[in-house]
Write a protein that binds this ligand. Structure first.
Ligand code: SAM
Length: 219
């Protein structure tokens, strides 16, 4: 049976640079171990991007989906599993997450764990979040990598202020959020923590303007 230490020792290259030479954009060992520590066997899991992190899920026996545009990544991951005698319940979807998630998500009954580490340009992390959180169970994990990047940070700030998410752990620049309930919408944006100050400010501004108009006798 393959162990996580085999992967850490081998440090295989699942990615490629633009010229086709091998590359390794993998998450840190600490992130792989943190993901593993929060997973239950047979969990239904999905990640955008693929590579070293994929093995956190496969080694736990999860029913796992990776979405990444390069089919070579999927081939290399499967080859590495065969080489190490690892039997897997794995679907690799060779497509951009923004393209496939809107339809794919309608076919998935529920998710226990989501890892967002696909395209890092704005607004990919938010697109990946938007579609996957709809199927994430209450109590499930939404994990976002590279939250220090400006194109990802806004999602991190948003979730930190939401009432139905708690930040369980930050491992380096990888944020582990737990979903504590479904989002409760009140007239669209008003109930979102990120808008709280704006809501009070706009109410206060509205009252002030109404008051001044009343004094001036204007409608
Ligand atoms: C930083 S790497 C992910 C590293 C991976 N988590 C690991 O531990 O090895 C970024 C990943 O995003 C994928 N990617 C790039 N554009 C994408 C897109 N539009 N949709 C989904 N994944 C994308 C790349 O193919 C690559 O697998």
């Amino acid at each position: 049976m393959m162990e996580i230490n085999t992967l850490i020792k081998d440090n295989p290259s699942f990615h490629v640079w633009g010229d086709g030479s091998p590359a390794n954009f993998g998450v840190s060992n600490a992130v792989v171990q943190a993901i593993q520590s929060k997973l239950k066997p047979q969990s239904i899991t999905l990640e955008t991007g693929s590579g070293k992190s994929t093995f956190a899920f496969l080694l736990k026996g999860c029913q796992h989906i990776s979405i990444a545009p390069d089919p070579g990544e999927g081939d290399r991951i499967k080859q590495y599993c065969i080489k190490n005698g690892l039997s897997i319940n794995y679907t690799f979807i060779a497509e951009s997450s923004a393209k496939v998630l809107p339809s794919l998500i309608t076919t998935i009954p529920s998710l226990d764990f989501v890892f967002i580490d696909g395209a890092h340009r704005y607004p990919f992390a938010e697109i990946d979040y938007h579609f996957t959180e709809q199927k994430l169970k209450v109590g499930g994990y939404m994990v976002i990598d590279d939250v220090h990047m400006p194109s990802v940070k806004q999602l991190y700030r948003f979730l930190k202020k939401e009432k139905n998410w708690i930040l369980d752990e930050l491992v380096g620049n990888t944020a582990f959020f737990i979903k504590t309930g479904e989002e409760i919408l009140v007239n669209d944006w008003q109930n979102q923590g990120i808008n709280e100050y704006f809501l009070h400010y706009s109410n206060w501004r509205f009252k002030m303007i109404s008051f001044i108009k009343a004094i001036l006798g204007k409608k």
